[in-house]
Design a binder for this molecule. Structure first.
Ligand code: HEC
Ligand code: HEC
Length: 306
């Protein structure tokens, strides 16, 4: 506030104070001429309502004096009287900083545990899970789903099952820290019938049956030539490349014949962003705690829903 506005505010406050004080003094002393019946003689509603005269109640006078004193004490201690800073030197910034510091102190014990205790143990602590769940919801749920069950539109894997595209254990942490980019090339240059044959073959890899056995056999030959290098000869996948296991019932995208066909024709490039720069070590561990707890949490959730 520049000087002009500071003085402007001071004048307004002083003016208001003076006015209120003046009214208070006048109102407690003024004598209003009254009639014998104790009224002023004003009548309304054809005489049914008459205006009486009462002294200001004591409580009202005391509260008014109290507020005036409060205002003076307040402006003495806190900023607000123009540019004055107040005797306490209070600022909202400082209050926030103090609160943040107090909170950090309270949390520091928790964060110490988070950094030192094993993930599996932390995953059983409700106080830890609360913060972990919030971090997961903020950063990961948008792609991997609220319950971590993944999203087949963008190929975000299920984090609540035991199947890992890039391997379990430390690899999970690496996936989160550095991000991942799946590179499944497009086979759009193959003939539609060839794509269909391979899709049929992949479809049967997890034990499902199709009537057209010959297509499956033709598909297998193509698979060995074009796909086995990444997905393995049995289609068991390769975690070093993030090449999906095609023999289980877990699909990043779609496991139907047409879904697989689309994967082959267009290719797939699932992108997992890197979080190293965005999450602190303790936040990262909290999220690992959440992933560890997900299967149990989902079980409890399912039991609740019956
Ligand atoms: C923009 C969407 C997106 C966000 C946000 C995202 N992910 Fe991912 N995540 C993916 C995709 C897509 C993949 C698969 C990458 C691939 O196909 O190579 C993936 C892969 C992973 C993997 C590897 C899974 C496996 O089976 O090996 C883990 C672990 C993971 N994400 C955890 C997380 C965590 C934890 C967060 C939050 C901090 C997160 N992701 C946020 C999209 C996302
Ligand atoms: C260069 C290595 C590479 C080759 C060659 C390759 N793939 Fe892939 N494939 C991948 C990777 C990596 C992924 C995971 C893509 C992602 O994470 O988004 C994948 C994903 C898939 C998926 C999706 C799986 C799911 O769970 O939804 C199918 C189906 C598939 N590949 C089939 C094939 C077939 C059939 C061929 C041969 C015609 C083939 N791939 C060739 C690397 C390869």
């Amino acid at each position: 506030m520049n000087d002009f506005w500071s003085w402007w505010v001071i004048c307004l406050i002083v003016f208001n104070w003076s006015l209120v004080t003046f009214l208070l003094i006048v109102a407690t002393r003024v004598k209003i001429p009254t009639r014998k019946d104790g009224t002023t003689g004003h009548v309304w509603a054809h005489g049914t309502v008459r205006e009486g005269v009462r002294k200001l109640p004591l409580w009202w006078v005391l509260i008014s004096i109290g507020s005036l004193i409060f205002a003076i004490v307040y402006f003495y201690q806190y900023p607000g009287f123009g540019n004055t800073k107040g005797s306490l030197r209070w600022t909202s910034d400082q209050q926030v900083r103090d609160a943040v510091a107090a909170n950090a102190k309270r949390q520091s014990n928790l964060y110490k545990d988070v950094l030192e205790q094993p993930i599996a143990k932390l995953a059983t602590r409700p106080d830890v899970l609360q913060g972990a769940g919030m971090l997961y919801a903020e950063n990961c749920a948008g792609c991997h789903g609220v319950n971590g069950r993944g999203n087949t539109f963008i190929g975000a894997p299920d984090l609540a099952d035991e199947i890992w595209l890039y391997g379990s254990g430390d690899n999970i942490k690496l996936s989160i820290e550095n991000g991942r980019k799946g590179v499944m090339p497009s086979f759009g240059h193959l003939k539609t019938t060839q794509l269909h044959d391979v899709a049929m073959y992949v479809y049967t890899l997890n034990g499902r049956k199709v009537p057209d056995i010959q297509a499956v056999e033709r598909g297998e030959q193509l698979f060995q030539v074009s796909c086995a290098a990444c997905h393995g000869q049995q289609g068991q996948g390769n975690q070093a490349l993030g090449a999906a296991n095609l023999t289980d019932d877990d699909w990043l995208y779609s496991g139907s014949v047409s879904g697989i066909f689309n994967t082959l024709r267009s290719g797939r490039q699932g992108v997992m962003p890197a979080w190293k720069e965005r999450l602190s070590e303790s936040e990262l561990r909290l999220i690992l705690v959440w992933i560890e707890a997900l299967p149990e949490l989902n079980k409890a959730e399912n039991a609740k829903e019956g």
